[in-house]
Design a binder for this molecule. Structure first.
Ligand SMILES: [Zn+2]
Ligand SMILES: [Zn+2]
Length: 281
C-alpha cells in the first residue's frame, strides 16, 4: 500500500524543521509520497503563516526539493489556504499561479465584527472563549453554525483539492466543554456541510494533527462523520498535519483501521497530477 501525506508544515510557517527533515523522516518511515502545505499568508497580521516575501521563495524552492529526492521519494508542493470571506480563499487566482501541485482549503478562524478581528477556533482555549462570548454572545450553536457555513461557502467557491480538518471547531471541546456532538443540532450542521462536500470535487482528509499535538482525543473528522462520508461516497486521504518531522505518519495505522471499521475499502492518494484510489490493506 502506498503511504502518503499531503499536509505538513515547516519552519517558514508554524512548523519545526527544514523541508529536507520532513523528506528524510518520510523515507525512514516508509512513506512513498509527501506533500508540504505551509499556511498561505493571511490578509491580517499573524504569527503562524508564510510571510508574503516567503510565499514566492517557498514556491520557487519546490522544483529543487523534488529533484534532490527524485529517486527516493515523490514530493509535491502545496499550500494550506484559509477561507476568509471578502479577504482570501483557495479559489483566488494567486494561489493557482505559483506552479504548486495542490491546495488544502481550511477554515481556522471566524470574523469578530465587533472587534474587527478574526479569532481562531484552532488557537488557545481563551481565544475560543473570547470568540464565543464576544462575537456570538455565548451562543455556541451560532458559532458552530457559522463555522460550518464558512466551510460551505469555501466549498461553493472551490479551488482546492483537500478539505482540511473539516470539524476543527471541536478542537477546544475536550470533555464536551462547549457542546455534545451527539446532539441533533450539531449533527445537522456538520452533515449539511458533508452533503455539500460530496457534491464537489474534493477529497476529505482524516487529519491526525489534533492527536499528535495532544489537543484532541480523536481524528478530524469524528468517527460518526466518517460513517456519513462513507455513505455519501466521499473520497478520503490520510493527513498528519505534521508540524514536526517525527509526526509525518502519526496515528496512520490506527486511522487506516478506523476507516476499515466504518466500511472504507479504498483510500486516495495524489500522484503525477491526479487523485487515484488504492485498496486499503
Ligand atoms: Zn489547518
Ligand atoms: Zn495544517
Amino acid at each position: 500500500m502506498i503511504l502518503s501525506n499531503y499536509h505538513s508544515h515547516f519552519n517558514l510557517d508554524d512548523g519545526y524543521g527544514e523541508l529536507s527533515d520532513y523528506a528524510e523522516s518520510a523515507i525512514e518511515r516508509g512513506l512513498s509520497i509527501i506533500g508540504v502545505s505551509p499556511h498561505a499568508p493571511l490578509c491580517y497580521l499573524n504569527d503562524w503563516t508564510l510571510s508574503e516575501a516567503n510565499l514566492d521563495a517557498y514556491a520557487a524552492s519546490i522544483p529543487g526539493f523534488k529533484a534532490d529526492y527524485e529517486d527516493r521519494l515523490e514530493i509535491y508542493g502545496g499550500l494550506e489556504v484559509d477561507f476568509i470571506p471578502g479577504g482570501m480563499g483557495p479559489a483566488d487566482v494567486r494561489y493557482h499561479s505559483l506552479g504548486l501541485d495542490y491546495r488544502i482549503g481550511s477554515v481556522h478562524s471566524i470574523e469578530d465584527t465587533s472587534r474587527g478581528e478574526h479569532l481562531s477556533v484552532d488557537g488557545p482555549l481563551a481565544e475560543m472563549e473570547l470568540l464565543l462570548q464576544e462575537t456570538f454572545g455565548g451562543d455556541i450553536k451560532a458559532l458552530v453554525r457559522r463555522y460550518f457555513e464558512l466551510e460551505m461557502e469555501m466549498l461553493e467557491l472551490g479551488g482546492f483539492d483537500i478539505l482540511g480538518h473539516c470539524d476543527l471547531v471541536k478542537k477546544r471541546n475536550i470533555d464536551n466543554r462547549f457542546f455534545n456532538q451527539d446532539e441533533k443540532w450539531y449533527r445537522n450542521e456538520a452533515l449539511q456541510m458533508l452533503q455539500l462536500a460530496s457534491k464537489k470535487d474534493v477529497v476529505v482528509e482524516v487529519n491526525t494533527g489534533g492527536l499528535s499535538r495532544g489537543a484532541t482525543v480523536e481524528v478530524y473528522p469524528s468517527r460518526w462523520m466518517l460513517e456519513h462520508c462513507y455513505e455519501l461516497k466521499i473520497p478520503i486521504t490520510l493527513s498528519s498535519d505534521a508540524h514536526n518531522p517525527d509526526h509525518i505518519d502519526y496515528y496512520f495505522q490506527e486511522s487506516i483501521n478506523l476507516l476499515k471499521s466504518v466500511g472504507y475499502g479504498e483510500i486516495y492518494f495524489f500522484s503525477k497530477g491526479q487523485w487515484r484510489s488504492q485498496p486499503i490493506l
